[in-house]
Design a protein around this ligand. Structure first.
Ligand code: HEM
Length: 504
């Protein structure tokens, strides 16, 4: 008998689910904010949730769909959030009114690795940023340069040996071995002679970390749920791996700096110095005890944020050099001259002072900014200057660097690789918000100098020995990998690495 009611029950269920998963979709219409039509359940993230497109590409498409809007109302699953396009508004949110947008708003268990600088919010973030900023100064990086240099030399030896066997390389995974070992050395003090087994383990860790789990979409759909349930987005095996790595290092050093000048020494030094007493960015004084757990969480984030971003940037740079031989010739000429001028060595200053190399790096990050989108959470109701739109407390605000970097309003012929866009004069003509690969304001990338240095050093070393040429498998129409959290090449990047015939 009940079977007769089944269609009716199913219909009620479907209608109820439909109403539930569309219940918020009038939010922006009511506020007269334009935006793309959301899809039931997915909001505007259907393609990224189904792993058909990278989230960075989805955000770029939304940016492009509304060329005349300052802000675009959209939905991450069913949660309303705002994509900001206008530079004036971006500047307010990221810099001028930073106190209202201090949080990144990825909420999950703050135990263990969850206490890291990227995911921390509120007072914990303020205290962490305060304490850890001094370990990224130029002086500290200069002291660490010898570790990067050792890593780059090992890498070049490895490439030279491989070149005896083959010409074509998949450079994304190749360069990951360089950044993984450099970061392991700089963040965890793992010496290069014990690194190969660690790198293998870290490659496994990479697979776990880099593929987005659906916990992220759950967080979009039900912000704060993961935190309430004390669940983490960082998988348990990864937590255990980093905990035992860091515990070992701290005990090997008896909890004190070991004179290696790596991040672990600098953090242990900070711990010995005691509490912070001033804050560069915000009013008030915050203090934070540097426990072993806090150290572990920061070493973890420096590792994760540091290896993939730089490896991907370098792979795209090498890809563009293979396609733009004129740029490569000019760069090789600069590299040769700089090395000659510093007696055959590659020093910290050699790398910093190569103007064209720095421009090539900047242009690479314009075309392929790795961390997309940028995000901030409103910590109070906030009226957008010059409009009557109010961003309600807890609303997420997103920015698409990729949308901006490919906008012909700011960059002529944006698909063309042209390092000269970064001539000082050209940079001076552009709004500071037109270039955002490292984010913006008080919460920008803390490791940008480190990332630049380790990348430029490696590129310098490569070009001093090899040329990059397109191979028969070099893809002229590279796509972005939909399954990674960050921007990266789908299927990798294949080019030939050919030893240079150096005329002495
Ligand atoms: C080419 C290399 C890199 C790129 C493109 C990059 C990009 C970014 C971006 C876009 C953000 C978000 C900024 C914002 O929201 O305004 C960020 C944050 C961060 N990055 Fe990087 N990054 C790079 C290298 C590194 C390295 C080498 C480290 C550490 C050794 C690092 C550590 C961090 C940390 C800890 C944060 C969070 C900062 C905070 O919230 O206070 N990054 N990075």
């Amino acid at each position: 008998m009940w079977v007769l009611y089944l269609p009716a029950v199913l219909s009620v269920l479907i209608v109820t689910l439909y109403l539930y998963f569309t219940r918020t979709f009038n939010y922006w219409k009511k506020r007269n904010v334009r935006g793309p039509e959301p899809t039931v359940f997915f909001g505007n993230l259907k393609d990224s949730t189904l792993r058909k497109k990278n989230i960075g590409i989805v955000m770029e498409e939304i940016y492009n769909q509304f060329p005349y809007e300052k802000v675009v109302g959209m939905y991450r699953m069913t949660t309303p959030c705002l994509l900001v396009r206008d530079f004036h508004v971006i500047k307010h949110i990221m810099i001028k009114d930073f106190e209202a947008f201090r949080d990144r708003g990825v909420e999950f268990s703050k135990e263990g690795l969850g206490q890291n600088l990227f995911h921390a919010d509120g007072e914990t973030w303020r205290a962490l940023r305060n304490r850890f900023t001094p370990i990224f100064t130029s002086g500290k990086l200069k002291n660490m340069f010898y570790l990067m240099h050792e890593g780059a030399d090992n890498f070049i030896d490895h490439v030279s040996k491989e070149c005896e066997k083959k010409q074509e390389f998949e450079v994304h995974s190749l360069l990951q071995t360089y950044t993984m070992s450099t970061i392991s050395s700089c963040a965890f003090g793992v010496s290069y002679n014990s690194i190969s087994d660690k790198v293998q383990t870290l490659e496994i860790v990479d697979k776990i970390i880099s593929e987005p789990s659906y916990a992220i979409e759950l967080d979009y759909m039900y912000p704060k749920l993961l935190a309430k349930l004390n669940l983490s987005i960082i998988p348990t095996p990864v937590q255990h791996f980093f905990k035992s790595l860091v515990d070992n290092i701290i005990s090997q050093r008896n909890g004190k700096p070991a004179g290696r000048n790596d991040f672990m020494d600098l953090i242990l030094e900070l711990r010995q110095m005691g509490e912070v007493t001033s804050n560069k960015y915000l009013d008030g004084v915050t203090s934070l005890e540097i426990t072993d757990e806090v150290i572990c969480a920061q070493a973890f984030v420096f590792y994760v944020a540091g290896y993939e971003t730089s490896a991907t940037t370098m792979s795209y740079l090498i890809y563009q050099l293979s396609l733009n031989q004129d740029v490569q010739n000019k760069l090789i000429a600069e590299v040769d001259e700089a090395i000659k001028a510093s007696d055959g060595k590659v020093t910290y200053d050699t790398v910093k002072e190569m103007k064209y190399l720095n421009k090539v790096f900047d242009e690479t990050l314009r075309m392929y900014s790795i961390v997309e989108p940028l995000q901030r959470k409103a910590t109070r109701d906030y009226q957008i200057p010059g409009t009557d739109v109010v961003i309600e407390k807890d609303t997420m605000v997103l920015i698409s660097p990729r949308g901006i970097h490919y906008d012909p309003k700011y960059y002529d012929n944006p698909k063309q690789f042209n390092p000269d866009r970064f001539d000082a004069e050209e940079v001076g003509k552009r709004h500071p918000c037109a270039y955002l690969p490292f984010g913006l304001g008080q919460r920008n990338c803390i490791g940008m100098r480190f990332g630049r240095l380790q990348s430029l050093l490696c590129i310098t070393k490569i070009l001093s020995k090899f040329r990059i040429e397109p191979s028969k498998n070099t893809d002229r129409n590279l796509q972005v990998e939909p399954r990674r959290v960050t921007i990266g090449p789908k299927g990798g990047i294949r080019v030939n690495i050919v030893p240079r015939k150096i005329v002495s």
